[in-house]
Design a protein around this ligand. Structure first.
Ligand code: AMP
Length: 454
């Protein structure tokens, strides 16, 4: 199967070949003909499957081939002002910018113009771009609503609406805004909805918004990860950073995306990597859009070897040829694990996913293994095997956290008093391999070995 077989127009074929897209991915094979035929679409697929081109290619083609109605007035004056004819809504700024870049690439030999409307950056430029006219707008809901309320956006001529990562928009609380936005588009339109999962609220929205849709379901979670070499380190919390530094001494890891649970965690990991002379930057929601873009482009161009991210920040970012994903923390939602590791091994490349699992994350590991239908191989030969095999009680955890904060505060004030660099704070320092106490195990059921004293 080729893009030519899918009746993609020559101007787009030329662009795809320039992007080195030789053959369509499964979702492209199914979605492109359906969208070209004017059908609504319900796509159950996640990022990494090629879904952007699956909707973007037919949209560019439909809008280009109906240019008469497109450019300008209803009378079809091709020299009139451009009107927004396709609206693509996405949950995150990064995803919107990435889709915009992709559409620019796919439409480079057509007259289509697209604009990304996202929060976190100056509104003025976006107002100007809208005034200059755009055929396709890719937007996050908040900023788009602001601009709509200020009458900078007119959706009355929209022909095709795409809701991308609808489940994530639901998670992030955007669904009300999305419905408000869509109510401003004509009811007679084509609608495409993509979602990695189908919670009831999304299924209900799909039933309301889509008219007899073609359904395309691609790669259930467990098959996406088959190409990826996965491993797990059972390790104590206090040793994760040391193990990470150790892993990254290996120069064959050219670039790695490291996931942490919290924004502070991301900052801490990035800071400690830099201290160990491993170039790293953190990317999360507390950073400005510019800082996030800068971190991302430093990572893409190889200036930074490690990007440390939270799930929300990483969602949708497109990094070609990422070889390693490292889970500093395991996610509590098993699907998130699949999303995370799916960032490596894309477009047929093989990838490596390494996960650190502390005692409190064992239940998450079990859920993940249940979802992917296999046991993740354990790396047993490492200097920091798990010694703490009893999860702390809530009170103990709170006490340890308070001690950590206090130690950190003391070391900061000591450092500022002597004007030196702060010493690294250590709470519950993990024992060195030599002075290791005998582990006591209370976790027999999982069947993992040495570190748990079996
Ligand atoms: P997406 O799921 O749209 O984020 O796409 C995932 C990655 O695959 C992106 O880096 C795309 O540029 C790439 N890609 C999409 N379609 C193809 C294709 N047909 N051939 C090769 N690479 C592709």
């Amino acid at each position: 199967m080729t893009f030519n077989d899918l009746k993609v127009m020559p101007a787009i074929l030329k662009a795809l070949s320039k992007e080195n897209y030789a053959t369509p991915t499964p979702i492209q094979e199914k979605a492109i003909p359906a969208v070209l035929a004017g059908k609504d679409l319900l796509g159950c697929a996640q990022t990494g499957t090629g879904k952007t081109a699956a909707f973007a290619v037919p949209i560019i083609q439909l809008l280009s081939t109906h240019q008469g109605d497109a450019q300008g007035s209803a009378q079809g004056n091709p020299r009139g002002p451009r009107r927004i004819r396709s609206l693509i809504l996405t949950p995150t700024r990064e995803l919107a910018l990435q889709i915009s870049d992709n559409i620019r690439a796919y439409s480079q030999f057509t007259r289509m113009r697209n604009v990304a409307i996202v929060g976190g950056v100056s509104q003025q430029m976006q107002e100007r771009s809208l005034q200059q006219g755009a055929d396709i707008v890719i937007a996050t809901p908040g900023r788009l609503l602001d601009l709509m309320n200020q009458k900078h956006v007119d959706l009355r001529h929209v022909e095709i609406v795409v809701l991308d990562e609808a489940d994530r928009m639901l998670d992030m609380g955007f669904i009300h805004d999305v419905k408000k936005i869509i109510s401003q588009a004509p009811t007679k339109r084509q609608t495409l909805l993509f979602s990695a999962t189908m919670p009831p609220a999304i299924a209900q929205m799909a039933a309301q918004m889509l008219n007899n849709p073609v359904k395309v379901e691609i790669t259930p979670a467990s098959t996406t990860v088959e190409r990826i070499e996965q491993s797990i380190y059972l390790i104590d919390k206090g040793n994760k950073q040391k193990q990470l530094n150790l892993l990254l001494q290996n120069k064959s890891i050219v670039s790695a995306l490291v996931f942490t649970r919290t924004k502070h965690g991301a900052d801490r990991v990035a800071r400690d990597l830099n201290k160990a002379n491993i170039t790293a930057q953190a990317i999360h929601g507390n950073k400005s859009q510019n800082a996030r873009q800068a971190a991302l482009s430093n990572f893409k161009n190889g200036q930074t070897r490690v990007l440390v991210a939270t799930d929300i920040a990483a969602r949708g970012i497109d990094i070609e040829e990422l070889s390693h994903v490292i889970n500093f923390n395991l996610p509590n939602i098993p699907e998130t694990y699949v999303h995370r590791i799916g960032r490596t091994g894309r477009a047929g490349l093989s990838g490596v996913a390494i996960s650190f699992c502390e005692i409190e994350e064992i239940p998450y590991l079990k859920d993940i293994e249940k979802l992917i239908g296999k046991t993740i191989p354990e790396v047993k030969d490492h200097p920091y095997p798990m010694l703490v095999t009893t999860p702390p009680s809530k009170a103990e955890a709170a006490q340890a956290e308070a001690a950590r904060r206090e130690a950190s505060r003391m070391s900061r004030s000591r450092a500022s008093a002597v004007g030196s660099k702060p010493a690294q704070a250590k709470a519950n320092p993990a024992p060195t391999p030599k002075s290791r106490p005998k582990p006591k195990s209370n976790w027999h059921s999982h069947g993992r070995g040495r570190a748990l004293g079996r």
